[in-house]
Design a protein around this ligand. Structure first.
Ligand code: CMP
Length: 131
């Protein structure tokens, strides 16, 4: 998912270019906006964390681009491409190093396991929206 601040800053085209140049195949793609209720459900795993309220407000603050990406070793390779949660700690050449504003407004979300990728993909896309 390309997050609201990266969308508002006009980074979507460059981010997508960096993703597709790493040979991720786009299985599904959508321009959409989460309500606070939906953002809260998407990030329910972080409910007990002190930043949860801020995270939910931010993720509902504007439109996002959601995608399902396919590749051998996709979860690990995508996490390498996006970089550390905190852009100050993200490696050179990563999406967050280049585009993230802060640890909270960190430009891109990637699933942390194949199991969560399936859950998160189903959150945004029906079967007939996946190719
Ligand atoms: P993401 O990879 O989407 O997964 C959880 C999100 O919570 C994370 O990116 C950040 O946007 C946010 N987050 C994680 N840690 C913090 C923090 N310490 N303060 C604020 N937001 C955070």
């Amino acid at each position: 998912m390309i997050k609201p601040e990266a969308m508002a800053a006009g980074h979507a085209g460059k981010i997508l270019d960096m993703i597709t140049s790493k040979e991720f195949r786009v299985v599904a793609f959508k321009y959409t906006r989460l309500s606070a209720l939906e953002a809260g459900a998407f990030y329910a795993v972080h409910k007990e964390r002190p930043f949860y309220g801020e995270l939910v407000d931010y993720m509902a603050s504007g439109p996002v681009l959601a995608a399902i990406l396919e590749k051998d070793n996709a979860v690990a390779d995508f996490r390498t491409l996006i970089g550390a949660t905190d852009p100050a700690e993200a490696a050179e050449g990563t999406l967050r190093k280049r585009f993230a504003e802060s640890k909270a407004k960190n430009a891109v979300h990637g699933s942390d396991s194949d199991e969560n990728a399936a859950i998160e993909g189903a959150y945004f896309f029906s079967g007939r929206e996946q190719f």
